[in-house]
Structure formats: structure tokens, C-alpha cells
Unconditional design. Structure first.
Length: 430
């Protein structure tokens, strides 16, 4: 018996077999259109084998050295800029044994192919991080994965139902014609979620509440994609960190390390909707402002907190509450506006604030963050990172100076929209 040896050209680390060959060759079988293909007689058999003619595919397979998928399908949400935002993340994986440069990424309306967002060069690199790293990048090493944070905005009520993504890449070791030096992939089709953001009341009362860490840019909340139980979770995708500015725009007066220097420390926190309490934690100590905590367990990052089921698969998370202030327990049914605790500085925090977000499960970290809109509030201003003498606006405020504001801002009433990072708002009540 003559041995038959198979050889394969493997492109993606033994993942994609491109061709097979053997030392012996056979003449192609004679066929007529619509007739079966006759293969040579199999060894040890006197009967030829037949196979049906291949059915033409709608599209020929295409080699895609960079794989892509969405961490979670986006939910459209109207915001204070008059636009509808779709905030989500793409996970890119280099399936090759060589470096690949991601030159550009375009988000398109999948149902029409209309370009909605195009990122390239520095703009793309600033939104891309190799998993486990913090430096912007435009290059994926062999077998590396990276997250790209996307904020697609459309005219109000014009969000598409489908999205896809065109990724242009450059290979350091091309293999033409299979893999040219540069190619464009169409990857990661995504169906936009049809759910609508939950309408809630603000969790605080009074003037000058600043969204100092929120959607939809490259903020710490947006970038907090957590690997938990074998999956990636973006629980804080739409989260807000609330601090209150004094009339002169400062965050505190006096000793930066003393919680008493922050006039809003201890402010009442209110239920944003009707619904039962499903989880509570209290008793964790206050942290020292100006210092980053260490040694926290995963379940202590939110500090003293309350989780409330507000209906429709939405759970509200109120975090970093003042020690001993939690006034509710699991099973209590809250009414909109009911006081549930006080703003504090417990858990993973370096200054007093209320962390608030809505999620799709009662676990504050093992969840996907969901957008929400407030029924009404007054937008009174917006901070401007470009004007900060000590870096961005929050760094300037934490240095004891007035937060830099957008000049000549015209205050306005807002209804059923979500705040964006840098917004300063007055909420009804005292």
C-alpha cells in the first residue's frame, strides 16, 4: 500500500486549513451540470462513490485574521446633547502569529450600510486597549485581544436596528493572494436592542450636581470591563459618579483628607423608582479622601450600598454610602423619592460621591450596564477639561480649585434624557 500523506497550509495557529495535498494525484471526474460528481474507486471497493454537486454559496468565505464581537448589544438612549447614543465595546482578537496594525474601524448601519462612525490613527488608538493594559494602541501582537470602546451617536430617534463593522488591517507578514498586505474585513454584525431606557427620578436633590465620571467617552466607568466567572461584563457602562460643586465651583473647602470638608457628604440618597430592595451592605468604614484604597475584596468595591429591583429587568445600584446610614433592608418595598441612605465615601473611592448605575442583574459587577433617563431636571452648565489649569476638570477640582466651566452656557430644562459626563445639574427638591 502506498502511504497517503496530507499536508495543510495553516494560517491561524492551526485554526484554518486552506488546502490539502497528497503524493498521488487523480484526474478530475467528468461531470455534467446537474449530475453528481463521480469520485475514483475507493481502495478495497469495487463501487465508485458519488457526491452531490456543491451548492453555490451566497458569499464566498473570506479569511479574517482579526476576529471581532460585541461585548454586549447596545441600547439606544437620548442624551443632553440632543443626540441618541449607542455605547458599546468591540473585542478584537488577532488570530495570527504576527503583529497586525488596525488602521481604521468604521461602524455602519447594517440595514443600509450607512457609515455612522469612522475611527483611525490616534482617534482609534485612544479608544483601544490590549486586555490587561492601560496604554492606547493601534497594534495587536500574535494572539492578543483588545477592547475598542465605541460611542455611536445619531440624530434623535434615528438609531438603526442593525450594525456592522468594517476593520482595515495591515499585516507584517502577508501571504498573498490569501492574505494581502492590507485588507478590509466586515465583522461583528450586531442587532441593536429594542428595549427602551427606564425612566426614573434623580437619586439626589438640590443644585450643582456634577456628573464627574459618566457616559459616553473614555471615562473610568466606561473602561471598567470586568472579567468575572469566565466572561467580560460592562456593569458601569452608563454609571455616574455624583459630586456637588459649591457656588464658587469648588469641590471642598479645608483639608482635602477630611470628609467634613465636602459640604455634600451625608446628603440624602433617594430611591429612583418604586420597587423592592434585593441587596444591602453596610458597616464598611469611610475611606480617607485623596487616597486610593487597597486590600478590598471584590464585594467591597461598591462600599456600603443598596441594590433595588426597579422593574423591567432593571436594577438600580446606589454605592459608597455613608457608614451606618443605610435605612432599608432586603425585601423592603421602596417608593420613588424615599430616602434609603446617605452619600458617603466607603469602598473603592478617593473622594465622597454617590456612584449610581442601572444594570440587568442584581450583581453590581457581574452585569451589563443599561441606560436610563431622568424624568426631569435642569441642566445648568458643563465642565470643560480643556480649561483646567491642573489637568482635566476633576483633577482641577480635587486640587481645591474651581472646576473649569464651558463659558456662556445657557441653562435649560431637560426631560427624559440621560446626562453625559461633565454635565452639571439641578435636581428638584431640597
Amino acid at each position: 500500500m502506498i502511504p497517503r500523506t496530507a499536508c495543510t497550509a495553516v494560517l491561524f495557529a492551526a485554526a484554518l486549513t486552506v488546502s490539502a495535498c497528497s503524493p498521488t494525484t487523480e484526474q478530475p471526474a467528468t461531470t455534467t451540470e446537474g449530475s453528481p460528481t463521480v469520485s475514483p474507486t475507493a481502495p478495497g471497493s469495487g463501487t465508485p462513490t458519488t457526491s452531490p454537486s456543491p451548492t453555490p454559496a451566497a458569499e464566498a468565505p473570506v479569511a479574517t485574521p482579526v476576529l471581532a464581537r460585541a461585548v454586549a448589544a447596545p441600547v439606544p438612549v437620548p442624551a443632553t446633547d440632543g443626540r441618541t447614543h449607542l455605547a458599546y465595546e468591540l473585542l478584537l482578537t488577532n488570530a495570527m502569529d504576527q503583529d497586525i496594525t488596525v488602521d481604521s474601524l468604521q461602524v455602519r448601519a447594517g440595514d443600509a450600510g450607512e457609515p455612522l462612525l469612522t475611527l483611525s490613527g490616534t482617534d482609534l488608538a485612544e479608544r483601544t486597549r490590549i486586555l490587561g493594559t492601560t496604554a492606547p494602541t493601534g497594534r495587536l501582537g500574535p494572539a492578543q485581544s483588545a477592547l475598542v470602546w465605541l460611542d455611536v451617536s445619531t440624530d434623535k430617534d434615528a438609531a438603526p436596528s442593525e450594525l456592522d463593522h468594517q476593520v482595515q488591517v495591515t499585516l507584517t507578514k502577508p501571504m498573498p493572494p490569501l492574505l494581502p498586505p492590507q485588507l478590509t474585513e466586515t465583522v461583528a454584525p450586531v442587532t441593536v436592542q429594542s428595549r427602551t431606557p427606564v425612566v426614573i427620578a434623580p437619586p439626589l436633590r438640590g443644585p450643582q450636581w456634577w456628573d464627574a465620571n459618566g457616559c459616553c467617552g473614555m471615562t473610568p466607568h466606561r473602561m471598567a470591563i470586568n472579567p468575572i466567572d469566565g466572561a467580560l461584563w460592562g456593569a458601569e457602562r452608563y454609571a455616574i459618579d455624583y459630586v456637588q460643586l459649591l457656588p464658587d465651583g469648588r469641590l471642598f473647602t479645608g483639608d482635602v483628607a477630611d470628609t467634613a470638608s465636602y459640604a455634600y457628604f451625608g446628603a440624602e440618597v433617594h430611591a429612583v423608582a418604586d420597587g423592592p430592595v434585593v441587596a444591602v451592605l453596610d458597616g464598611l468604614p469611610e475611606q480617607v479622601p485623596g487616597k486610593s484604597p487597597t486590600g478590598l475584596r471584590l464585594d467591597q468595591y461598591g462600599g456600603n450600598h443598596v441594590v433595588q429591583d426597579i422593574g423591567g429587568g432593571n436594577y438600580a445600584f446606589y454605592a459608597h454610602l455613608k457608614t451606618g446610614s443605610v435605612a432599608v433592608k432586603p425585601g423592603d418595598r421602596l417608593s420613588t423619592g424615599q430616602v434609603l441612605g446617605s452619600l458617603g465615601n466607603s469602598g473603592n473611592t478617593d473622594a465622597p460621591h454617590l456612584h449610581f448605575h442601572v444594570m440587568d442583574s442584581p450583581d453590581p459587577l457581574k452585569a451589563d450596564g443599561l441606560p436610563f433617563v431622568f424624568d426631569s431636571f435642569r441642566l445648568t452648565g458643563r465642565t470643560d477639561d480643556r480649561l483646567g489649569p491642573d489637568g482635566d476638570a476633576i483633577d482641577t477640582a480635587q486640587a481645591g480649585k474651581p472646576a473649569p466651566m464651558v463659558p456662556d452656557f445657557t441653562a435649560r430644562d431637560e426631560t427624559q434624557v440621560t446626562p453625559l459626563v461633565s454635565d452639571v445639574m439641578d435636581y428638584p427638591g431640597e
